[in-house]
Write a protein that binds this ligand. Structure first.
Ligand code: ATP
Length: 263
């Protein structure tokens, strides 16, 4: 007989449930939606991510580890890194993103696809509760346009993303990734879908669930803190995003073969 260990507003999720991690991540999104952090469309984006996480085996694979290491070196070398935060990212891992920003010396900037002042403020409050001192992206006075985009996401902070040399984009859309790249930024993406335009466009794509990978990235930055710039540049130059994405796709293929009884 199981004991209910996790209570949600709608269901009881026992710890012994085979899909407990996934259900708890889903719960974070639903709670985030109920509290005004997440847009309805964000729930669908989570669904797409979940499907890929399932295919990846719901664990951080070797390709993700390699991307995380390259991202850690890139962030350590960066002069002005910024982490872009949307509703899903805030609902899933606000604390990890705040600690990543501290570890990387990066600024946090709210940037929404479905813009809403109310949601912006809810995200700022959540990040502050987790220890963020300053969150950019909400002041009309410092708002600027990113060239080459039509959606609301073209609005960025002059003192944040517009000035950044490295931008971390969790759960991003492809147009903005391309616009950031065209603006000369180095783009690091968290994206469970190795086939998305974002994954294919970013300089470094971490194909992993952000709930696992954000903390691993902060830990890797800490690990490489003592290394000199030459070693860090070497880590970055040895990383090839295209072949790493191919390895993530191979990870999915391997899983399908094993679990589909083909191996
Ligand atoms: P693109 O424009 O890059 O092709 P898309 O239109 O497929 O992206 P969006 O809906 O803009 O996707 O963004 C959601 C993306 O975030 C998807 O690629 C999805 O796989 C990914 N994603 C969703 N949840 C997570 C998560 N928890 N961790 C990492 N990635 C996630």
């Amino acid at each position: 007989m199981w004991e209910p260990e996790f209570l949600t507003t709608r269901h009881v999720i026992p710890r012994s449930h085979p899909r407990v991690e996934s259900l708890l991540i889903r719960k974070k999104l639903v709670d985030g939606f109920d509290s005004g952090l997440v847009a309805r469309e964000g729930l669908l984006a989570q669904g797409r991510g979940e499907a890929f996480d399932y295919l990846l085996g719901e664990k951080t694979g070797r390709p993700a580890r390699r991307a995380i290491r390259a991202a850690a070196a890139t962030l350590t070398l960066a002069e002005f890194p910024v982490i872009s935060v949307n509703g899903n990212a805030a609902a899933l891992c606000a604390a990890e993103l705040v600690s990543l920003s501290m570890q990387a010396g990066a600024k946090l900037e709210v940037n929404l696809f479905y813009a809403s002042k109310k949601r912006e403020q809810a995200i700022v409050r959540t990040l502050r509760k987790c220890g963020a001192q300053k969150v950019l992206g909400t002041s009309p006075a410092s708002s600027a346009r990113l060239q080459g985009m039509d959606s609301a996401r073209r609005m960025v902070d002059r003192d944040g993303i517009l000035a950044a040399d490295v931008v971390v984009v969790p759960l991003e859309d492809g147009d903005r990734t391309a616009a950031l790249k065209s603006a000369g930024k180095t783009v690091i993406a968290f994206d469970l879908n190795p086939l998305s335009r974002t994954a294919q466009t970013a300089h470094i794509t971490i194909v992993d669930n952000i709930t696992r990978a954000a903390g691993l990235l902060a830990a890797d930055i800490q690990k490489i803190a003592g290394k000199n710039a030459k070693v860090l540049h070497q880590i970055v130059s040895e990383f090839d995003n295209r072949s790493n994405l191919a390895d993530s796709i191979a990870q999915i293929r391997g899983n399908l073969a094993r679990r589909g009884g083909l191996a």
